[in-house]
Design a protein around this ligand. Structure first.
Ligand SMILES: Cc1ncc(COP(=O)(O)O)c(C=O)c1O
Length: 391
């Protein structure tokens, strides 16, 4: 096969978007037939369905018994904002930011909440900030897996077990695919449309006993909108963590999330979910090793994501190209692959360096990743020639 000859096989499923991510294998709308539509979410049956989603989350994600799990409004963003607005201000804050979403949380802490004593520990795309600089006598806000750079924290070892501050962790593209170190996490958030391929709009917030203690002993100086409120008269609203949601959830989305969790349980739970993501990412990384035009954006292998795998052109590939040409190649590749029906939505995030991002989360099948890889070589060869001949 020459570089520009199309590979014979296409991925059976070309959905490699980093969110919403592809649905569980075999998904179809009949799975939602059992959804409690047209009924009140506050009926006995409605509450039971929501409680079941919470219980299954605890089981599949292996959340400790003494941690509370709540379904909250406005997806992962809602869950993170709820935590920032409800908990911060009691002490100094360290915010870690190494890609777009972490940078967004840093902006909120500095510019919206206007907390005075803030340190923002930053790193560029592809890198992690120096984790040894984090001061755990302060509250610490970080993203477990930086979706837009494909850089994750290696583990929870760097987090002090005897910390005085709280850790607030946006784990939306890590939860279910990476090992979350629960004793080190006080607030953990995620949304359903990432690793579980659920429908979007609902967030999950998981609180450690220490987070609950802060909520019950500290009142922030700013007003809190109703959808952020986790306490009433200084006490945690326990109902939220039994499925009595703050406002109305979609019972279709709840059912869809339940079906994804049931699938996860059937295939072997957390371990199986993690293994699937690792196999997918390993397929991409092995191909990168043998391909001279591409590199993993995450420099240190220990920090490479197994969900949002981000690629950039290698130094060799960009040699002699202008910045515009180098940026045009991955853009053109994305367009070519979409037209071929081989890969959808694999362009780098709009604020990230030019490149590709291939979602390798647990709902993706490894054979689809494998079938995609020769197409990337094809698209690169075609796009490079086009870009060079048009400039
Ligand atoms: C790390 C991270 N945080 C937050 C978000 C926002 O998530 P949502 O759209 O569920 O609010 C995303 C979405 O991709 C993300 O990757």
């Amino acid at each position: 096969m020459t570089a520009k000859e199309k590979p014979a096989a296409r991925p059976a499923n070309p959905r490699f978007s980093s969110g919403p991510c592809t649905k569980i294998p075999g998904w179809n709308t009949s799975l939602l037939d059992s959804a409690l539509v047209g009924r009140s979410h506050r009926s006995k049956e409605g509450k039971a369905r929501l409680k079941y989603a919470i219980d299954l989350t605890r089981e599949v994600l292996e959340v400790p018994e003494d941690y509370r799990i709540g379904i909250v409004p406005a997806s992962d963003t809602g869950a993170v904002e709820m935590a920032l607005w409800s908990l911060l201000g009691a002490r100094g804050v360290d915010v870690l930011a190494w890609e777009s979403f972490g940078k967004g949380w840093a902006t909120d802490v500095v510019k919206q909440l206007k907390i005075k004593d803030v340190r923002v520990l930053e790193a560029d795309y592809g890198e992690l900030p120096d984790l040894s600089q984090v001061d755990f006598s302060r509250d610490v806000v970080f993203t477990w897996n930086g979706t837009t750079s494909g850089v994750k924290v290696p583990d929870g070892e760097w987090i002090a077990a005897d910390r005085e501050g709280l850790t607030i962790c946006d784990a939306t593209s890590a939860a279910f695919a990476q090992e979350l170190d629960w004793p080190k996490l006080d607030v953990t958030t995620f949304s359903w449309q990432k690793v579980m391929g659920g429908e979007a709009q609902h967030g999950v917030i998981i609180l450690s006993p220490r987070a609950v203690e802060r909520l019950e002993s500290y009142t922030p100086p700013w007003p809190l909108p109703k959808i952020f409120r986790l306490t009433k008269n200084g006490k945690l609203i326990e109902g939220i963590f039994r499925g009595e949601t703050i406002n109305t959830p979609s019972m279709l989305c709840v059912e869809d999330y339940i079906k994804a969790l049931e699938w996860a349980r059937e295939i072997g739970g957390l371990c199986a979910l993690q293994a699937r993501a690792c196999m997918n990412a390993a397929a991409v990384n092995e191909w990168i090793e043998n391909t001279d035009w591409v590199e993993n954006l995450a420099r240190d292998p220990e920090t490479r994501s197994n969900t949002s795998v981000c690629l950039k052109l290698s130094e060799k590939a960009v040699e002699g190209l202008s910045e515009e040409q180098a940026a045009a190649i991955p853009k053109r590749m994305v367009a070519l692959l979409e037209v071929e029906g081989v890969a959808y939505d694999i362009g780098a995030y709009r604020a990230a360096p030019p490149g590709l991002r291939i979602w390798c989360g647990s709902t993706v099948e490894t054979e689809d990743v494998q079938a995609l890889l020769p197409w990337l070589d094809w698209a690169y060869a075609v796009a490079r020639e086009e870009v060079l001949s048009s400039s």
